[in-house]
Write a new protein. Structure first.
Length: 565
């Protein structure tokens, strides 16, 4: 049988066990049929074969972003949301101007939403760390339109006075468990809501319609195709996400994905973690909801697979809610602050949730940022495995900012993994020291130590927290340089190019229980491909983020093409 696609004259980076590099590859019927040199693929060239001369370009396995909120990313990017990220805005006045322009475009009283603001890249906040975004920055330009602006991390929301009025938040409002309403010296809300308090906004906004969810996912799929991403994990869809970003992480989003699959519109493979409950849930709530979700099997698991369940163990470092062994430099507490629980109480709840989900046969992805939380989760994984032995459970910690030697030893010993976010490291490296100290900041996301310890490491963008550009992620793993100042943070945690590529390909496929059929360019595996213009193997790491993706193939079908044969 003749091949459908043949690639010649490039760097075919197979990501096999030896990380071998070939020069030619053939695709037949959606499967890789030959890898090697020109002579190996020549017999497969027929009258209908598309022959691509790579001209020295790099052919890689399709990129697998192993932690990406697809619907939320689509909703958080233009045209569905205002772009408030760096470098689109650089100061509070810029944010006000963007909102002012939106006011002129939408009918009176309509909600205006934006995403991506980061105080670490707003001039006024950088020059005076006590200066935080406020409703007063927005009121003058939008007195009548309610405004809701999500931070880049998704862990804080900034609203104007009109929004506070419509939501019903005033000086007497009590924040939900695990949240905070920021107030001024007079006790009045400033318009900043952290963590669980964001639910007050979410509950006031109308849930996303099916059409909005569909449009958001289609937008994300188009972006991912342009970036060479052929697989991604939605890390949490279910009842626990119904109150996040108007339900972008809710159960209905999974239904929309299933409809897009049925209609042949999924141009990337999708893995899903179910999200039964949110950040401050109890084990009893988690168990009851997970049971109610029932069997979530899907007809085409190579296109859409329910992989496991997500649990939250702690918060996020910049908001001082990560669970650490030692106090924060900025005066925060090393103990956990979720719903008023003590450390022992929260440990028991996490342990109970993990034990139940493990015994029920689920893979577990647990959100952890602080070192104490990571140790707690790793030990709970091990205890669950000892109580109910299961071959190849592939549990993993999500983010794992401050993996300890103890947690790495436990994870490696049991075949568990960690999902890290290099582009978050790149984004926050200039401000980390303020929150966690120089030593911790240098150690954050310890790729070198984790890989050396034998832990399987996958990389993801956590979009919309960061843009899902794996090229910047690879450069960050190689350089450990920051976004704003280019300063090096933790050079001892640098890894090599081959190791970095593995985290976005074969090791991400391992996380998906799919490394036997995707994640490398080997005969018999699915033809998920990414062509990068230029020789990635010899490129200066600083140049990698600008190397164009010129062709993307998923399951043998071209989904992005700017390559000229």
């Amino acid at each position: 049988m003749y091949a459908d696609l043949v690639f010649l004259g490039g760097q075919v980076v197979t990501v096999d066990a030896e990380f071998s590099v070939a020069s030619a590859l053939a695709v037949t019927g959606g499967v890789i049929s030959a890898v090697g040199g020109r002579d190996d693929v020549a017999p497969l060239v027929g009258p209908g074969t598309r022959v691509v001369d790579l001209r020295g370009a790099t052919l890689l396995p399709g990129i697998n972003d192993s932690h990406l909120h697809g619907c939320a990313f689509g909703m958080a990017t233009p045209p569905l949301s205002l772009d408030l990220g760096h470098p689109a805005v650089s100061c509070l006045a810029d944010v006000a101007e963007v909102v002012h322009e939106a006011v002129g475009r939408v009918p009176g009283g309509q909600w205006i939403t934006g995403h991506g603001w980061d105080p670490g890249y707003l001039d006024e906040c950088v020059s005076d760390p006590s200066r935080l975004p406020s409703r007063r920055d927005l009121d003058a330009v939008s007195p009548d339109h309610p405004v809701v602006l999500y931070s880049f991390s998704g862990h804080a929301t900034w609203v104007n006075s009109k929004a506070l009025e419509l939501i019903g938040i005033d000086r007497h409002t009590v924040a939900p468990p695990g949240g905070a309403i920021v107030v001024d010296e007079a006790g009045e809300p400033t318009g900043l809501l952290h963590e669980g308090a964001q639910a007050l906004v979410q509950n006031a906004l109308p849930s996303l319609s099916r059409q909005e969810r569909t449009a958001a996912i289609r937008s994300t799929l188009a972006t991912l195709a342009r970036l060479g991403v052929t697989s991604y994990t939605e890390p949490g869809l279910g009842p626990g996400g119904d109150g996040i970003m108007r339900g972008a992480l809710g159960a209905e989003t999974l239904d929309v994905y299933r409809r897009l699959l049925a209609d042949g519109e999924l141009t990337a493979r999708l893995g899903v973690l179910l999200l039964p409950t949110g950040m401050a849930s109890t084990a009893e709530e988690f168990t009851r909801t997970l049971i109610a979700l029932g069997d979530s099997g899907d007809a085409d698991p190579r296109r859409l697979a329910i992989l496991g369940v997500k649990i939250f163990a702690d918060g996020i470092v910049p908001n001082k809610t990560a669970w650490m062994h030692e106090p924060y430099v900025g005066g925060g507490c090393g103990s956990l602050c979720v719903g008023g629980e003590t450390d022992a109480e929260r440990s028991a709840e996490i342990d109970a949730m993990i034990r139940y989900a493990h015994a029920a046969g689920h893979q577990l992805g647990v959100h952890v940022t602080g070192d104490r939380a990571i140790d707690t989760v790793a030990d709970a994984f091990a205890a669950a495995m000892a109580e109910h032995p299961r071959p190849d459970a592939r549990h993993y910690v999500i983010h794992g900012d401050f993996l300890t030697a103890h947690s790495m030893k436990v994870l490696a010993a049991h075949g568990f993994g960690v999902n890290m976010n290099p582009t978050i490291k790149w984004t926050v490296a200039d401000m980390e020291e303020e929150f966690v100290g120089a030593g911790r900041a240098a150690y954050a996301w310890p790729y070198r130590d984790a890989i050396d310890a034998g832990v399987r490491v996958a990389s993801g963008s956590d979009a919309p927290v960061t843009y899902p550009d794996w090229r910047q992620g690879v450069a960050t793993m190689l350089l450990r340089e920051s976004k704003a100042a280019g300063r090096v943070s933790g050079p001892e945690q640098r890894i090599g190019l081959a190791e970095a590529i593995r985290t976005y390909t074969i090791d991400a496929a391992w996380q998906d229980f799919a490394d036997d059929w995707k994640g490398s360019l080997e005969p018999g595996k699915v033809a998920d491909l990414c062509v990068l213009d230029g020789d990635l193997l010899t490129a200066d790491p600083h140049d990698i983020p600008e190397m164009p993706v010129v062709l993307t193939v998923m399951d043998g079908q071209v989904v992005h093409d700017t390559l000229r044969d």
